[in-house]
Design a protein around this ligand. Structure first.
Ligand SMILES: Cc1ncc(COP(=O)(O)O)c(C=O)c1O
Length: 373
């Protein structure tokens, strides 16, 4: 027993906050089950190895690491601004979109204010909200979609709601919000409520009705978008994402962010991936074809799979199977497949799987058939 108990000294809520449960690392599964190959489908990462030339680019950047990185990622900001057709002043970079989530919470959430969180959804919104001493107001999805009407009802009824966390395509369902829905939502939302639109999976969207933060930058400064190089560009391990917003919001982010939140290697890697867009294009093409293929295959097996516009699918196991997401996860693990059980999102009857290569997906289906009684 230590002499001092420091846990009670932590700020309110911190000791009770559930830690992030990461997807099981490949090496750990390999060692545990003596496997040559493990296919990790639990964190919506890119299944391709990155180009070797990227390694050379990053190595070259590392030789300059006696200097601090550019705090505003100016060169990268220009490239991304051109790509999105926005102004440089609409962008600020962060240590992954997750840091963006924390920064937005730090800027807008006072203690005891409320933030609406559709549920199930990416758990970082809840963590960031709780960390600020603010209160999550969790609202269930409707038919696997974010229920904007229910959110409006709560925001118009309760006076202390400061922020709404939205995600499109949403994690874990893969569902998108449509621009027409967002327009109507913003029209009826009280003027003092901020709206975060997490578009970490934006590059995988093929439905042209989907909402885009870019459409609101001038006309509605309440909308704050999040993007990342972790998904389509495959740079999850380097930690680089960005906020897309009205310059007013970007200014506030710049007031609170750590000056050197993005490291030089990550900046160089992101620039490389933008210069060689074929990699991201091929990755997106794979995800788009595999999500249609896997949805069809899974539905054919009697599983319920909402249509996904992301690089993963969310799967409901039939109740009569008496097999929940965790049991399935445990059955698939020794076979070398790691999925994300729905328990991580509070929905035990589901699992979420990232889309792998066709070869891996076919083997996954074989193992799934064996695992399902
Ligand atoms: C919806 C959503 N937003 C953000 C992230 C994290 O992105 P990053 O790696 O840029 O922090 C994820 C990662 O899974 C996600 O699903």
């Amino acid at each position: 027993m230590p002499k001092f108990d420091v846990t009670p000294l932590a700020r309110e809520h911190v000791a009770d906050m559930p830690p992030y449960v990461p997807g099981k690392p490949i090496l750990e599964v390999q060692q545990e089950y003596g496997l040559d190959k493990v296919v990790k489908l639990s964190s919506n990462e890119c299944p391709f190895d990155l180009p070797p030339e990227l390694g050379q680019t990053v190595a070259a950047a590392v030789t300059g690491c006696n200097r601090y990185p550019d705090a505003l990622c100016r060169h990268l900001r220009k490239q991304v601004a051109a790509l999105l057709d926005v102004e440089d002043a609409n962008l600020i970079f962060c240590n992954g979109a997750e840091e963006g989530i924390r920064l937005i919470a730090q800027i807008f959430l006072n203690q005891r204010e409320k933030a609406v969180i559709p549920t199930p959804i990416f758990d970082a919104y809840s963590t960031a909200t709780l960390l600020m001493g603010a209160q999550p107001v969790k609202l269930p999805l409707k038919d696997h979609r974010i229920d904007l009407e229910a959110i409006l009802e709560v925001c118009n009824r309760q006076k202390d709601i400061k922020l709404v966390w939205l995600c499109s395509p949403s994690n874990p369902t893969g569902d998108i919000l449509k621009k027409t829905e967002m327009d109507a939502f913003l029209e009826q939302l009280p003027g003092d409520v901020m709206v975060v639109l997490d578009e970490a999976y934006r590059e995988f969207v093929t439905d042209n009705r989907a909402v885009r933060t870019e459409d609101y930058l001038d006309k509605d400064p309440r909308v704050v978008g999040l993007r990342t190089f972790s998904k389509a560009y495959g740079l999850a391990g380097l930690r680089i994402g960005y906020i897309v917003a009205n310059p007013q919001v970007i200014g506030l982010v710049n007031n609170v962010k750590l000056p050197f939140n993005v490291n030089s290697a990550a900046i160089a890697a992101a620039l490389y991936m933008l210069e060689k867009p074929a990699f991201a294009r091929e990755h997106v093409a794979l995800a788009v074809s595999e999500r249609a293929f896997m949805r069809e295959e899974l539905c054919r097996r009697g599983l319920d799979v909402p249509e996904s516009q992301a690089n993963f699918v969310f799967v409901k196991l039939p109740e009569k199977l008496r097999l929940n997401g965790t049991a399935l996860f445990q059955k698939l693990l020794p076979k070398g497949f790691v999925v994300r059980p729905g328990t991580a999102f509070g929905v035990p009857g589901y699992f979420r799987m990232s889309l792998g290569t066709r070869e891996d997906n076919l083997k996954f289906l074989q193992e799934l058939d064996r695992a399902m009684p």
